[in-house]
Design a protein around this ligand. Structure first.
Ligand code: ADP
Ligand code: ASP
Ligand code: MG
Length: 415
């Protein structure tokens, strides 16, 4: 007998038939003698619908600080519906089941509404209930702050709910069911000949997720890595009993290094800001990054071009698309302190990245990447690298072309 956490994303619970199908998958595990906690997302499209309600009512206040707590009350509700519905479907199959909302578990978080981080889960009641053979159907995405307000974990956050619960409940397995049958060498919706990987290391998955592969929320991978809990990603669409190996996300193993590049990721959620004619002296970059971090804006790729004639420089950096207005307003407000002549921005850019632990021990990877882009006449605006990834910022209109070109250049369709 094992204890299993099974997570089902939005498309897996998109309608009542899908919910019945999920109930069948849960029943299989129960009949095999396991204890099961399930984590569900809202029905697909539902969270977007709820966010749109909030946006429409809240108007165009720059950062919405005065409504962020109630934003979470509204958007968390989608998961309440699916946890109740799946519980009903399970009971109709003759199984013992109950729903658990975030506040009932409770899953405690910090106060960062709409992107809250989990601070702790202690759930002796759920533990006892699982031991009694009652399936625990948890609403993903939801949390509770220290002063008992509803919080949410950021888009895709049910993945993180699932991993955190698996750790807290000392589960033997954490299975993430979704609409694709595993982790692919790149998004299979963009590159039809992308290949499913049998295994991928935590580190590579962490990079792919944070660089835009939304199949797993970045924090869920971080949490799994820190607790050395392998995650299995698999499809809920195959039907009960079908051969469904999925992909195991786990610690690096020796044979994984044979692949130089494991995957290609892309993110359209990018905007590029350039400050023109900045003073080229120590402390200026720190002033910019301080202004951004005080406004809660994450700065990603940074590049500075120095003029040889006078002591001025241009600096380009990227922020998330939804932060661009706030970033521009913040920079304007600090213009005197930072000291620059003009600002330009472009939100029709995207970031394309290659990721692989094999890059640590192979040379020539950057060259292959840049040649593949050059052959398609794709101009590189900004470059960022780490030990196991190279990212480039390009015109958004070439995103798919670049992803396909890189996927081919590294032979990933034969992975
Ligand atoms: P869920 O609703 O189950 O949480 P998501 O939509 O969040 O599912 O994530 C699954 C989607 O992630 C897939 O449909 C696929 O388009 C996308 N995706 C992006 N990159 C990858 C990748 N490397 N491997 C598999 N899926 C990927
Ligand atoms: N329902 C939330 C979202 O759409 C959380 C999730 O699906 O993981 O982002
Ligand atoms: Mg998801």
């Amino acid at each position: 007998m094992a204890r299993i956490v099974m997570k089902f994303g939005g498309t897996s619970v998109a309608d009542l038939d899908r919910i019945r199908n999920v109930a069948g998958l849960v029943e299989d595990e129960i009949r095999a003698g396991h204890e099961v906690a399930v984590v569900v997302s809202a029905m697909s499209g539902e969270t977007n619908r709820l966010v749109a309600f909030v946006d429409a009512l809240a108007g165009d206040s720059l950062d919405g600080d005065d409504i962020e707590d109630e934003h979470d009350v509204v958007v968390a509700s989608g998961e309440q519906v699916t946890s109740g519905l799946l519980t009903i479907a399970l009971r109709r199959r003759g199984l013992k089941a109950r729903s658990w909302l975030g506040w009932q578990i409770p899953l405690r978080t910090d106060f960062a509404y709409s992107k809250a981080r989990i601070s702790g889960i202690q759930s002796p009641n759920m533990d006892a209930s699982l031991k009694d053979g009652v399936v625990g159907v948890c609403a993903g995405f939801q949390g509770l702050t220290a002063d008992d307000r509803i919080s949410t974990l950021g888009r895709g956050g049910s993945d993180t709910s699932a991993v955190a619960l698996a750790v807290a409940l000392k589960a033997d397995r954490c299975d993430i069911y979704t609409d694709v049958d595993g982790i692919y060498t790149t998004d299979p919706r963009i590159v039809p000949d992308a290949v499913r990987l049998n295994k991928i290391s935590f580190e590579e998955m962490l990079e792919l997720a944070s660089l835009g592969a939304k199949v797993l929320q970045t924090r869920s991978v971080e949490l799994a890595m820190n607790n050395n809990l392998p995650i299995r990603v698999l499809t809920s669409m195959a039907g009960a009993g079908a051969h469904n190996p999925g992909t195991i996300v786990c610690n690096e193993e020796e044979n994984m290094e044979e692949r130089v590049v494991s995957g290609v990721a892309y993110s359209r959620d990018e905007a590029q800001i350039t400050l023109l004619r900045l003073a080229d002296r120590p402390g200026i970059v720190a002033r910019i990054t301080r202004a951004m971090s005080e406004a809660n804006i994450i700065v990603d790729m940074i590049v500075q071009g120095i003029s040889s004639k006078d002591d001025v420089a241009n600096m380009t950096f990227t922020v998330g698309k939804r932060d661009v207005e706030k970033a521009l307003a913040t920079l304007e407000a600090s213009r005197a302190d930072i000291g620059f002549e003009a600002i330009k921005y472009d939100d029709k850019v995207s970031k394309v990245s290659i990721v692989g632990i094999g890059m640590r021990s192979h040379t020539g990877v950057a060259q292959t990447m840049f040649e593949a882009l050059a052959e398609r006449n794709i101009n590189v605006k900004v470059i960022a690298t780490s030990e196991i990834k190279i990212s480039v910022l390009i015109d958004a209109e070439y995103t798919e072309l670049a992803v396909r070109a890189l996927h081919g250049a590294f032979g990933l369709n034969k992975a």
